[in-house]
Design a protein around this ligand. Structure first.
Ligand code: GLY
Length: 401
């Protein structure tokens, strides 16, 4: 199927998305979260499920924010106080994590704190959440490498074998923009913009496909080479990496377009939508690589002729990205395409068809080479499916990012 045929099919599928369909899916998501909440208590679900069931864990991974983010979404959709109470209990756990600096030496501070404190601040104006955003942003800021102008993703700060950024970091940057909005301190936003521009120039290849990670020379800061971490190979296109770009670019642009930091050079020439010129091509790559059922394999080395496992989470992330991009008209028919994606997920990949499954979305992949979370729900797939439904049902919904 050609790109245009896939677009047509998605748009046609999307025409099934009506108010009552969205309400039914959102009601079911909230019921599922309420049931899971009783089992997890004050603990958290693991990053991915095993046989459809999440392990119960403390607040110690990069993924805990997705659970809290779903509690906020459930509260916003239902108005039920029990979700608000548990979300605020989670906020206290996130404060403890900050106070103890517990498993925070990485860049995923945004995934953790945008969906906990960031969401809490958006929904309730809580002062505690506001302070947490700043405290968390300070930790992220401290991972900025002057040599290379990027936020180091993982490992000991400055370690040569860890001297790299990763594409997922696009979603960690909004926390910094929000920290500037709250504090008036331009440093957060300036670092976010520098990292963003370094990333656009390196991890995205000339042909609008993406590396997962990109290394720099620790002595000179010069860009060195792309490499994978969770993809099939260094040269392949990891499906979720492409989705992180499709969501991450519009999220960052939503801050940059309204608010250029003082004294920072605009190094990427933008199109008249205000987006990097290759944004449309980045989305085209994703759509072109969709298989017959329009839900991607976990890496675009695979297709219906050479099949592997699907990663439904990549489609949920892309749907949210298109809905964010739609606000700037950065991709034609973005909303209709996103509606088609959400409908396909809701009708064919939702865990509502399996009564014993704890996820919202079936058939995700965490890390294929490590055998982690293959053909299972994962927290970010669940979260972004829920967020996409919310964005469609309530266009006035204020994003947590
Ligand atoms: N951010 C890690 C992942 O997408 O698996």
């Amino acid at each position: 199927m050609k790109l245009q045929d896939k677009q047509k099919e998605l748009i046609q599928l999307g025409s099934n998305v009506q108010e009552d369909w969205l309400a039914q899916q959102l009601d079911w998501c909230c019921q599922q979260i309420e049931t899971n909440m009783q089992r997890y208590g004050l603990d958290f679900p693991s990053a991915c499920a095993t046989d459809g069931s999440y392990r119960i864990k403390p607040n110690d991974d990069w993924t805990n924010g997705f659970w809290t983010g779903m509690l906020w979404l459930a509260y916003e959709w239902t108005g039920k106080k029990l979700f608000l109470v548990r979300a605020m209990e989670n906020i206290h756990s996130f404060q403890e994590r900050l106070d103890k600096h517990f498993v925070l030496d990485h860049h995923d501070i945004g995934f953790l704190y945008s969906l906990s404190a960031g969401a809490g601040y958006t929904v309730t104006d809580s002062l505690l959440c506001q302070q947490q955003i700043l405290q968390a942003a300070d930790i992220l800021l401290a991972r900025f490498q002057q040599k290379g102008q990027f936020i180091q993703a993982w490992g000991k700060f400055g370690e040569p074998k860890e001297y790299r950024l990763i594409i997922d970091s696009l979603i960690n940057l909004p926390l910094l923009f929000r920290a500037t909005e709250i504090s008036g301190d331009a440093r957060y936003q300036e670092i976010a913009q520098k990292h963003y521009h370094t990333l656009l120039k390196t991890v995205i290849r000339e042909n609008a496909t993406t590396f997962h990670t990109y290394y720099f020379d620790p002595l000179t800061g010069e860009p060195s080479h792309g490499a994978t971490h969770q993809g099939n190979s260094d040269e392949s296109i990891w499906a979720r990496g492409q989705s992180w770009a499709i969501l991450g670019i519009p999220l960052n642009e939503s801050y940059l377009q309204n608010n250029q930091p003082n004294g920072t050079q605009e190094v990427i020439p933008l199109t008249n939508t205000g987006f990097p010129p290759n944004y449309k091509a980045i989305v085209d790559v994703f759509l072109t690589n969709l298989p017959q059922d329009l839900v991607p394999y976990w890496d675009f080395d695979f297709n219906d002729q050479v099949p592997s496992d699907k990663d439904s989470s990549a489609l949920a992330i892309t749907a949210c990205g298109l809905l964010e991009a739609e606000k700037s008209n950065a991709y034609p028919a973005a909303k209709k395409l996103a509606q088609g994606m959400v409908y396909r997920l809701g009708e064919k990949y939702s865990a509502k068809s399996e009564t014993k499954n704890e996820g919202l979305l079936l058939h995700g992949v965490y890390a294929h080479a490590e055998g982690k979370g293959i053909d299972e729900p994962n927290l970010w797939g669940d979260y972004f499916y829920f967020e996409a439904l919310m964005r469609l049902a309530r266009p006035e919904w204020k994003k947590y990012w």
